[in-house]
Design a protein around this ligand. Structure first.
Ligand SMILES: [Zn+2]
Ligand SMILES: [Zn+2]
Ligand SMILES: [Zn+2]
Length: 220
């Protein structure tokens, strides 16, 4: 997979693949994608961009979004003569990922014409909006509540108008605060999210609803 990427892309891909516990020489793009992890750019977090008056806060990216980001920042750095935009990536904890995912919009979008019936070929290369496919399945195939993956699917291939995924943006005021679960402290389980995510973590994992278990601190 790596040979298809440029030099910067290869470096980023290696870092990300290692961070999710896979072997860069053997991992497949599909394998990494299947893990569906989320990352924050360490270079942006160091405040290099903030100093240049660029948008504050952080975008939470999937691994395929990290590579173009690093390439873009590399070129911008050249243009603006910035000292550096370091190449480091932060893998979100599962708890922080859950928080981020709960705020992500469905992708592909239901209004993109990429949807198709799985029972017949009527939408083949003539893809429709999600609801059109749903209504078709209900009417033509008599399925009362069509489900994704069984009755309808989003065409994943090229040559369709697919709007890009919209990453979640974490504002600086939430980003700077790290809440750490005192129970998991030896595992350095940090939550890049609001207090609510940690309260949820505590009640899910330890059946505790106590705010007293929470420790807050600045990240930088
Ligand atoms: Zn960055
Ligand atoms: Zn059909
Ligand atoms: Zn914990």
């Amino acid at each position: 997979m790596l040979h298809r990427l440029g030099t910067i892309g290869q470096r980023v891909a290696r870092t990300l693949i290692k961070s999710v516990g896979l072997d860069p020489e053997r991992a497949t793009a599909r394998g990494v994608e299947a893990l569906d992890r989320r990352f924050i750019c360490g270079g942006c977090l160091e405040g290099v961009d903030g100093d240049q008056g660029v948008d504050e806060g952080q975008w939470v990216l999937t691994w395929t979004e990290c590579i173009p980001h690093q390439v873009e920042m590399y070129h911008r750095r050249g243009l603006h003569n910035w000292d550096q935009h370091s190449e480091s990536w932060i893998l979100l904890s599962p708890e922080a990922e859950a928080y981020v995912r709960s705020r992500e919009l469905p992708h592909p979008s239901s209004s993109d014409k990429v949807w198709s019936c799985m029972h017949c070929g009527v939408h083949c290369h003539n893809f429709v909006k999600r609801n059109t496919a749903v209504q078709h399945v209900k009417k033509v195939h008599s399925v009362s509540s069509p489900r994704e993956g069984t009755d309808i699917f989003a065409y994943p291939g090229p040559n369709v108008d697919r709007s890009p995924r919209q990453p979640v943006h974490i504002p600086s005021e939430n980003l700077g605060v790290v809440f750490q679960c005192l129970k998991c402290r030896k595992d350095k389980c940090k939550l890049w999210a609001k207090k609510e995510a940690l309260v949820r973590h505590l009640s899910d994992k330890y059946l505790i609803g106590e705010a007293a278990q929470i420790e807050g601190g600045r990240l930088r």
